[in-house]
Design a protein around this ligand. Structure first.
Ligand code: G1P
Length: 316
């Protein structure tokens, strides 16, 4: 992966906004009582992985846009004194560190979204969580794991050159474009010193277009570095795709009004934790690289695959 970032934490982003008010309908029945952002990837909830990525970026505050029915999300970042003292009394220091980790990564702030009016609406609510001097902030969609961490730092480098807002793109198949916000892009000037293969200027953005109308196969991954001018645009858009206020439409409005928007095309991996078809591979991927479970999991998966191959062969 191209690395043109020299210093860690150079992004100077204080707040990351994490929209997490959805009902997790693609994950029922688990999400009747457990918010989907608390489902574990091996042993760590997705929201804690997002907090880890935000902390690595150097952000100090995580504004979680949540619904009144999901108090457990914020609870995950609080103190658990009784559990900690029980674990300490039993000498389980590794587990104490696991319990305390989330709260030490970042300061969570709760912003309640009472009605599910769309991603644009959710991001608009975050304005109240920002300080007056914060010119830009990050949005991290907790369904998306963008690996390895560090794409927001690259995006911050692009903003340092061009100003405006910077998004993260990844290439999808023609069949997949209609599930994403899709970019229309043009080349940047090579003189900027940024890699022209992976950094493009965005000249249009459309939410979930039919495949035949998609301007490219570059889809928005859930990482955004937004100028606070987006709040003004969000106040002016009308409900769009799915009858919801779309962040994509606010970005398209800003582009049309001359606001610079660029993308960094992500070269690494992405997992979609928002549905079982993406969540299972994420667990396998994290499981295989886990120091404690990796080796045994590899053997188990190998045996399961063998069993399926044998069954298929016997039916052939
Ligand atoms: C949202 C955005 C979409 C983006 C996607 C990335 O869609 O609206 O533009 O491409 O996240 O995961 P959702 O998946 O919430 O429908």
């Amino acid at each position: 992966m191209t690395n043109y970032l020299n210093t860690a934490n150079s992004a100077q982003i204080k707040t990351v906004v994490v929209p997490a008010a959805g009902h997790g309908t693609r994950f029922l029945p688990a999400t009747k009582t457990v918010p989907k952002e608390l489902l574990p990837v091996v042993d760590t909830p997705g929201i804690e992985l997002i907090a880890e990525e935000a902390a690595e970026l150097g952000a100090s505050r995580m504004a979680i846009i949540t619904s009144p029915s999901k108090p457990g999300l914020l609870r995950h970042f609080e103190d658990f004194p009784e559990l900690v003292s029980t674990l300490q009394a039993r000498g389980k220091h590794e587990q104490v560190a696991m319990v305390e980790r989330a709260g030490r990564l970042i300061e969570p702030v709760s912003v309640v979204q009472h009605e599910a009016l769309g991603l644009g609406h959710a991001v608009g609510l975050a304005e109240s969580a920002l300080d007056d001097d914060e010119e830009a902030f990050a949005v991290m969609l907790p369904d998306d794991l963008v690996l390895p961490f560090g794409v927001l730092e690259q995006m911050a480098e692009v903003r340092a050159s061009f100003g405006g807002s910077v998004l993260c793109a990844f290439e999808v198949t023609p069949e997949e474009v209609s599930s994403y916000g899709v970019f229309e892009v043009m080349e940047i000037c090579p003189d900027e010193g940024l890699p022209t293969e992976t950094v493009k200027q965005v000249i249009g953005m459309v939410e979930k277009p039919p495949a035949a109308e998609a301007p490219s196969r570059l889809a928005a991954a859930g990482r955004y570095l937004l100028d606070r001018a987006v709040f003004d645009a969000l106040r002016r858009i009308k409900p769009g795709q799915g009858g919801e206020l779309q962040l994509t439409d606010a970005i398209e409005l800003m582009i049309k009004e001359g606001h610079p928007v660029h993308v960094v095309i992500h070269q690494g991996k992405r997992h979609d934790l928002g549905n079982p078809a993406g969540y299972i591979p994420a667990c396998v991927d994290f499981g295989l690289s886990h120091p404690k479970y990796g080796r045994a999991l590899r053997d188990t998966i190998g045996a399961v695959l063998q069993e399926y191959d044998d069954r298929e062969a016997s039916l052939a």
